[in-house]
Design a protein around this ligand. Structure first.
Ligand SMILES: N[C@@H](CCC[C@H](N)C(=O)O)C(=O)O
Length: 280
């Protein structure tokens, strides 16, 4: 099956976006199975289009939503949420509307597109109400303390000192933590450092992808863990610096939603063959 796609990115976290808002539930079910099976090849950076994952834009599931987002990781697994991906989906779906709701596997989320550049390959800034974080307590993995936080999808966050390198730790320890038996559904793994100006430097080993240049849900989970540990405040914008650039986050009070603002862009459009799902 040949399908059109847009290659989209938010801070370099990049995806093939396939817009099938016209699809019936049966067509969608088959397509999701095909995309899960084909994801490693489609996302391969030498042999395929290249990407950290696939975003399938599907018809809305709730009356107030404009569309729904289904995410497939590079390895074919299906996560519940993707913050950078949702900014890209909001940008593509928004059209002339600037505020819209998108359904995700983690619920319906409100998005606002700003600074929209209406080109063939549009770009803009997107603010999202990411919903409240769920703090799930500490875990000790390999002698290191991780805070478990869900943003719909799971995250394990470790704060490191100025003498430790979050990139080296994410690359070195991320793979084992992702698959530690303490996290039966696997987990995204964050290594974060709070800097002198109050911003947070963050490297993420993503479940199903490995190191990415940014992770929106990871940044939100890290802010929640930082606030819980007294390392960041409520009621003020906090800049989270990822390898691909900064996200601006804020939580006004305990239990409230986290808002996330950052860029989204269509890089190019094309067509690609999606083979039938392989058996098993
Ligand atoms: N990059 C994303 C998160 C994508 C899903 C993640 N790999 C998972 O398996 O939960 C983001 O920006 O949030």
């Amino acid at each position: 099956m040949l399908t059109g796609f847009a290659k989209v990115e938010g801070l370099g976290n990049d995806f093939l976006l396939i817009d099938r808002r016209d699809a019936s539930p049966a067509v969608l079910e088959t397509l999701v199975a095909r995309l899960q099976s084909a994801a490693p090849a489609l996302c391969d950076r030498r042999l395929g289009v290249g990407g950290d994952g696939i975003l399938l834009v599907a018809p809305p599931r709730t009356p107030e939503a404009a569309a729904s987002m289904i995410v497939v990781n590079h390895d074919g697994s299906r996560p519940e949420m993707c913050g950078n991906g949702l900014r890209c989906v909001a940008l593509v779906v928004a059209g002339s509307a600037r505020e819209l709701v998108i359904d995700t596997d983690a619920g319906a989320l409100a998005c606002a597109v700003r600074e929209y550049q209406p080109r063939t390959c549009p770009s803009g800034q997107v603010a999202i109400d990411m919903g409240p974080p769920a703090l799930q307590g500490p875990h000790n993995v390999g002698g290191r303390a991780f805070a478990a936080v869900s943003m719909g999808n799971p995250h394990a966050i470790a704060f490191v000192g100025a003498d430790e390198d979050p990139e080296a730790l994410a690359r070195g320890e991320g793979p084992a933590v992702e698959r530690d038996p303490l996290f039966p559904g696997r987990t995204n793994v964050e290594f974060a450092r709070v800097d002198a100006d109050g911003s947070i430097t963050l490297w993420v080993w993503e479940r199903g992808c490995g190191i990415t240049s940014a992770c929106g849900t990871g940044a939100c989970a890290t802010l929640a863990a930082a606030i819980a540990q007294g390392l960041a405040p409520h009621g003020r914008d906090v800049v989270v610096r990822l390898p691909g650039g900064p996200l601006v986050l804020r939580q006004d009070r305990a239990g409230a939603s986290i808002t996330m603002t950052g860029p989204a862009r269509v890089a190019f459009v094309g067509q690609v063959e999606v083979p039938a799902a392989s058996a098993g």
